[in-house]
Design a protein around this ligand. Structure first.
Ligand code: C5P
Length: 290
């Protein structure tokens, strides 16, 4: 007999690097990206219902729709296995939405894993991966989380041994007050933004061999376009540098920017300055769920 509720936390990610190698025949872009889950999470509570459907209640009402990836993930599982069990998904968002932090993708992966465990489903790891990859390019990463190199559309995951340099211990995120469409950001790429994957491979090797990582290695092919197109992001970047950040990078397709510090004191100093300027800022660190 299953419990009537199931509780799960769903973490965000940052992209340490993001190489866009080129455009593919299917319209997607070929990527190499090093991702890490971070200690910023949404809370999900699954409640059993007597109705033969999936419903959602979210603290951000615009996300309480059947289009939400969590609803689509749960519906896909019910469809594949011919299940009639009803579930209400209560979703408490803390991760900024459409921000380059993978919040929606992480939520979808969290639902797949939660239903698998709660309902004790006969799905293999490969079944979960294929459902995840069909729902979105970033979702397979969140099935394991931690530190990984992601290739292809983003769905080909090579897990990496947990290691994080002490110089990057504290991660400061700044979410500019705009939403950015991932599809638009990819559409605005220029051929000169493409790379051959070197940045991600260099960072992967440096982390695996615990050797020195240079801020200059933290390259994101999408950053130029986003900074040029959105003045809010360009201004926020300058504000972070003026507040004392040594370097600033875009996470994913943005608009969230991040910088990192070895000491909590330095991170808090910069955070305070940015908060005084009215920016939405989060101080976080890497996390290994499970
Ligand atoms: O896979 P997902 O639905 O998250 O992707 C959102 C959009 O981002 C895609 O429709 C596509 O325009 C763009 N994208 C891309 N190449 C990728 C991943 C996403 O062009 N590897």
């Amino acid at each position: 007999m299953n419990a009537t509720s199931y509780f799960v936390q769903s973490y965000a990610k940052i992209n340490l690097t993001l190489d866009v190698l080129g455009k593919r025949a299917d319209g997607y872009h070929e990527l190499a990206t090093v991702m890490q889950t971070i200690d910023l999470y949404d809370t999900i509570c699954l409640l059993a219902t007597n109705e033969d459907r999936v419903s959602i209640a979210c603290n951000r009402s615009e996300l309480s729709t059947d289009d939400n990836l969590v609803v689509r993930a749960a519906q896909e599982i019910r469809k594949r296995l011919g299940l009639t069990r009803g579930v209400l998904i209560e979703l408490h968002k803390r991760i900024p939405v459409a921000a380059g932090l993978g919040g929606g993708s992480g939520n979808a992966a969290a639902i797949l894993l939660a239903l698998q465990r709660w309902w004790q489903l006969p799905l293999t790891a490969n079944d979960l991966w294929s459902i995840a990859a069909e729902l979105g390019s970033d979702i397979p990463f969140f099935l394991t989380g931690g530190l990984a190199l992601c290739e292809g559309r983003g769905e080909q995951i090579t897990p990496m041994a947990p290691y994080w340099p002490s110089s990057m211990r504290w991660i400061l995120l700044l979410k500019p007050a705009i939403a950015v469409s991932t599809a638009t950001v990819f559409r605005n790429l220029k051929a000169s933004d493409y790379s051959n994957g070197t940045w991600s491979k260099t960072v992967q090797t440096a982390l695996q061999t615990k050797s020195l990582l240079q801020p200059a290695d933290l390259h994101n092919s999408l950053e130029r376009g986003v900074i040029e197109q959105y003045t809010e992001v360009a201004q926020a970047r300058v504000a972070m540098l003026e507040a004392g950040a040594e370097y600033v990078r875009l996470s994913g397709s943005g608009p969230t920017l991040f910088t990192m510090f070895s000491t909590l004191t330095d991170a808090i100093n910069v955070q305070q300055k940015l908060l005084m300027l009215g920016y939405e800022v989060y101080l976080t660190r890497p996390i290994y769920p499970g």
